[in-house]
Design a protein around this ligand. Structure first.
Ligand code: MSP
Length: 513
């Protein structure tokens, strides 16, 4: 394995409290696009995702429906994995926190921190939010309710173990200040420093005695490990870390290159998680990116509002790439994105049908009409070609620059700008007019070649985002030339090969007014 080429990206692990909605699904699609892009660039990518299965909330939910917690999480984890598969995501490992190996290593980690003096036993008194599994102080509440979810909190007192966050405060602050790339987007970094670190980190309660559904603290079995300590360590327990033994895989993959998480849980990933890692003497992940949320017109999705949408329903109706396109193109880099059916339909019609689908269909059809589908290139150049060819060759760099900054929507936009340019090139060169004049036949072959090769290069760069569609384009072009390098120069599509018959990539969606 080539050390320089490893790229470890993770998503948050989803709670197994119920079927995931499009908001939770957005994250794995975003991670998948980044992972596929890195693979295309030649990295040895490892994409880890999975489920967070312990905690009081799950215990209560299982009881409500009359099954054991394990049966409950088995069922929901299957639903989550199915949706990840329906979205055509290329994760390398789907991890579960009820996996016995993970549980065992979490016990080792807890004991290691205890023996080191980083975890100590004390009394916890505070206000607890069950759905968020979080203790709060009076001053942190908003209108007397949980600051994260807005629900009622309960007063609780229990014997508990605490992790000495305070011990690592200075080290953490220094790390964040000297590694500007660590927390992204940068506004989130300031939020963490000003709202949490500067006021002083309180030691963190890392065990519970009020419920059973968790990983038992093996040297004090009344306690279960706090779900966030359990969940966060998934990033290392599943790649071969243990306190007294680290595998080659772990040494190769860790530290992770990117933890992709929602903005609501950036605090756990940039305050608690780094301190846990420091306690274990491990390097910190290179970057934590807190992505914005996908929300509805009337705000957050919630059962009470009845505005929850599931990705599998959308895929059944519109196809997987239409939904992927919406997620990847319409959710901005730093601000929440709104989902509406109308906008989804609008995007399918305007971008996927009009710009991409029509371009491919028109080009392949014309090549059939004028050259029986055989790819021609007589190299009869005109000035107008330069602009198109230069844009196509520059595309790789432009898309890479956007992807380096994780501006996935803008990366897609770059590709669609070039596709638009291709459509304009058809309008400007008017192949149907060239076809009427036998002396222009060679020019016609060149024009169509320029289009086919531009489409091929766009299809290579589109593959991480719209994988199925890109594969369909390669089929129509009858080409295996799909490498990263093949997008850096123009003219790689093989002359003399026969295209496949044109097919429609996307159907226009008619809306009843
Ligand atoms: N189990 C924790 C994460 C532990 S990671 C060690 C959790 N689970 S979650 O199921 O609530 O959320 C999973 C991911 O989905 C989180 O990153 C969260 O921010 C994200 N999202 C949840 N709702 C979302 C939207 N509406 N939009 C975009 N992402 C959203 O938190």
């Amino acid at each position: 394995m080539n050390k320089n080429k490893s790229y470890y990206i993770s998503t948050a692990i989803a709670y197994t409290s119920g079927k995931p909605h499009i908001g939770n699904t957005y994250e794995i699609v975003l991670a998948d696009a980044i992972a596929r892009f890195k693979r295309l660039q030649g990295y040895d990518v490892y994409l880890q995702t999975g489920t967070d299965e312990h905690g009081e909330k799950i215990e209560l939910k299982a009881k409500e429906v009359g099954v054991t917690p394990q049966q409950f999480v088995d069922d929901v984890a299957t639903q989550i994995k199915d949706i990840w598969d329906i979205m055509n995501t290329s994760y390398d490992r789907f991890v579960r926190t009820t996996d016995p190996h993970h549980e065992k290593v979490v016990q080792h980690i807890f004991k290691y921190m205890y023996d080191k003096g980083d975890i100590y036993k004390g009394q916890y008194e505070g206000l607890y939010c069950v759905p968020c599994e979080s203790f709060w102080t009076e001053s942190q509440l908003v209108d007397g309710k949980c600051p994260d979810c807005g629900r009622e909190v309960q007063s609780r007192k229990e014997e508990a173990y605490f992790f000495k966050l305070s011990k690592y405060q200075k080290q953490l602050e220094e790390y964040i200040e000297t590694h500007p790339e660590f927390i992204q987007p940068v506004a989130r970094k300031n939020e963490m420093i000003n709202n949490f670190i500067k006021p002083g980190l309180q030691d963190l309660c890392v065990s519970r005695t009020s419920f059973k559904w968790g990983i038992t603290v093996d040297f004090d079995p009344k306690h279960v490990v706090y779900v966030w300590l359990d969940a966060l360590t998934n990033y290392i327990t599943n790649i071969g870390f243990d306190v007294d033994n680290t595998t080659d895989e772990f040494k190769y993959r860790w530290p992770a290159d990117l933890h992709l998480v929602g903005k609501d849980i950036i605090r756990f990933h940039t305050l608690y998680w780094p301190c846990f890692l420091m306690s274990l003497d491990l390097p910190l992940p290179k970057q934590v990116f807190g992505h914005p949320w996908l929300i509805m017109n009337d705000g957050k999705m919630s059962k009470s509002k009845g505005n929850i949408i599931y990705a599998d329903d959308l895929v059944n109706e519109f196809g997987v790439d239409a939904v992927r396109y919406y997620f990847l193109h319409e959710i901005p880099f730093a601000a929440d994105g709104i989902f509406t059916r109308e906008l989804l339909i609008d995007k399918v019609n305007s971008d996927l049908v009009n710009i991409l689908g029509n371009l491919v269909n028109r080009t392949v059809s014309m090549n059939y009409k004028y050259f029986d589908g055989i790819i021609q290139n007589y190299n009869v150049k005109e000035d107008i070609d330069d602009d198109l060819i230069n844009s196509v060759i520059a595309l790789n760099n432009k898309v890479s620059a956007k992807m380096d900054e994780l501006k996935v929507g803008e990366a897609l936009q770059e590709i669609f700008d070039v596709l638009r340019k291709c459509n304009k090139y058809i309008d400007d060169t008017m192949p149907w007019t060239l076809a009427k004049d036998e002396s222009k036949k060679e020019r016609l072959g060149t024009v169509l070649y320029n289009l086919l090769e531009s489409i091929r290069i766009c299809a290579v760069l589109l593959n991480p985002f719209l994988t199925q569609t890109s594969d369909k384009i390669f089929e129509q072009l009858n080409t295996e030339i799909k490498s990263w390098e093949s997008t850096l120069t123009f003219g790689n599509l093989e002359v003399g090969k026969v295209l496949a018959q044109p097919v429609h990539l996307f159907d226009r969606i008619e809306v009843e007014r």
